[in-house]
Design a protein around this ligand. Structure first.
Ligand code: ATP
Ligand code: MG
Ligand code: MG
Ligand code: MG
Length: 468
């Protein structure tokens, strides 16, 4: 099943069940506490908190999500990407657990035709009601596992709604990992769909397991998230999202540029690099299309870090010369009809990635020499000072330094690095100004590019601190 059919099957199914389609929010959320949209429920938060009333009590969406917290996982696990699409159905004080569970089961087994014997379910420890409901749709008890707060409990704010969740996992088979269900191995039993049952009110203080429950919510809500990328990999019977129709053309292009084929999911550095380059290119295209510009902190830094990481891994594969312009253009070609903002932004995307890649090439040439020399000198650990200098003077994000060190069998003193970074921030703050020079000049360039495309005000308006 192609990804366009996966999306339309989802929306058709829930439309028949009276859900109203709500378009994806941009990756830059209106919620000031959030760096980037990372779940379908983000834009519905005011409904869940009871701040505003929805026009209709049932909604469905295909939400663009970015999760930088998963950046290190890309290429290492088969299931994590930094950008993905989340399919979701939502109930605002309307239907609850019974419907959410039976519809999820019906959609997966009868419309997407997943083999029910490969589906496993997790529920929160004491959620007997959920167990009963899963048993009722036909899940045998040996494929239902109970997990704790960490995995199967969800909460939002204090005081705020909270509640148990239940997740559907797909067994990708023995080549992916150990037997024993999702409680044992998240690579083999990949989580496809998370169902959150918002039924309680969370209070302050440590309380039970750190989540004191004040009582029942007056209106109970449903929030679900089904990962399109993972589902596509399963339905198209491929190992990773890179080989699905969402990314295959870009993945193919990486291989052409490298002049060799993807070695498969063999755990090698090469395998990781092929996937990182393709996957990050997609995130970069979507972020720029939604108005994120490279910067020294906030979302702009997330974007910069993704670009630099993609470029570094492209180098690892022996790709010389600009990589991102062609790769992001391939992303636009594949996904531009589903996500028209990509097509509209194609020129902007090209200009931004071209400028950034040129600038990074210059700093890399200098930085690589320093890094190689430092790695040559080190025996077990690369000092925080070296990592900081690389970051500060040569524009090397810390994760690139860590990657390079790891490949050479070294670790990096990341605590010392973090301290130096913090010290620099304090100093900059005391001086009442950020950095001057190159970074500012470059931001001016982006402002000009943005103005030419009718986009304004997107440099440095994030309230989040930098992620490094
Ligand atoms: P995992 O445990 O595998 O990291 P999660 O519990 O963090 O997943 P949720 O926050 O519950 O994921 O998000 C709902 C769904 O979105 C997941 O069930 C999964 O299908 C998808 N998803 C989450 N994170 C990613 C990611 N980094 N890449 C691709 N899909 C993702
Ligand atoms: Mg996760
Ligand atoms: Mg999980
Ligand atoms: Mg989950």
């Amino acid at each position: 099943m192609r990804s366009t059919d996966i999306r339309s099957t989802f929306l058709g199914f829930f439309q028949e069940r009276d859900h109203r389609a709500v378009p994806s929010s941009p990756l830059i959320p209106s919620d000031p506490t959030l760096l980037l949209a990372n779940a379908g429920m983000n834009q519905f938060k005011p409904y869940f908190l009871g701040e505003t009333a929805p026009e209709h009590p049932r909604a469905m969406s295909v939400q663009k999500c970015a999760r930088t917290s998963d950046i290190e996982n890309v290429g290492r696990t088969t299931r994590h990407t930094t950008f993905f699409e989340m399919l979701g159905n939502f109930s605002f004080g309307d239907y609850f657990k019974a419907e959410a569970i039976s519809w999820a089961w019906e959609l997966l087994t009868r419309h997407y035709n997943l083999d029910p014997r490969r589906l496993w379910v997790t529920v929160y420890l004491d959620d007997d009601e959920a167990v009963r409901l899963w048993r009722r749709v036909g899940v045998p008890s040996e494929r239902i596992q109970r997990l704790g707060m960490e995995d199967n409990y969800w909460s939002m704010g204090i005081p705020g709604p909270c509640g148990p969740s239940s997740e559907l996992h797909y067994d990708r088979g023995p080549s992916f990992g150990r037997e024993g269900g999702p409680a044992v191995d998240g690579e083999r039993y990949q989580e496809l769909w998370n169902l959150v049952f918002m039924q309680n009110l969370r209070g302050e203080g440590p309380g039970k397991d750190g989540y004191p429950i004040l009582g029942e919510l007056p209106a109970r809500n449903i929030d679900t998230g089904l990962g399109l990328d993972r589902l596509a990999a399963v339905l198209q019977d491929v190992d990773t999202v890179c080989e699905t129709d969402l990314l295959a053309p870009t993945f193919q292009l990486v291989q052409e540029m490298a002049g060799r084929g993807y070695p498969g999911r063999d755990g090698s550095d090469d395998s990781t690099s092929f996937r990182v380059v393709a996957e990050h290119s997609r995130s970069v295209a979507f972020l720029i299309a939604d108005g994120v510009m490279p910067a020294r902190d906030g979302r702009g830094y997330v974007l910069r870090r993704l670009m630099r990481r993609a470029i570094r891994h492209a180098h690892r594969l022996g790709i010389d010369g600009p990589a991102l312009p062609a790769l992001t253009s391939s992303v636009v070609g594949t996904l531009g009809s589903t996500w028209p903002e990509l097509s509209r932004g194609s020129e902007l995307i090209e200009q931004v990635v071209t400028a950034e890649e040129e600038a990074f090439e210059r700093t890399l040439r200098q930085g690589s020499q320093i890094l190689d020399a430092a790695i040559g000198r080190a025996t077990t650990t690369l000092s925080g000072r070296t990592a900081f200098e690389l970051h500060d003077t040569y524009g090397f994000p810390i994760d690139l330094t860590v990657d390079a060190a790891r490949s050479a069998g070294l670790t990096v003193d990341e605590d010392a690095f973090a301290e130096l970074l913090e010290e620099q921030r304090r100093q900059a703050h005391r001086a009442g100004q950020g950095r001057k020079g190159g970074a500012v000049a470059r931001q001016d360039l982006y402002r000009r590019v943005a103005a030419a495309h009718g986009l304004t005000d997107f440099v440095g308006h994030s309230s989040e601190t930098a992620e490094t």
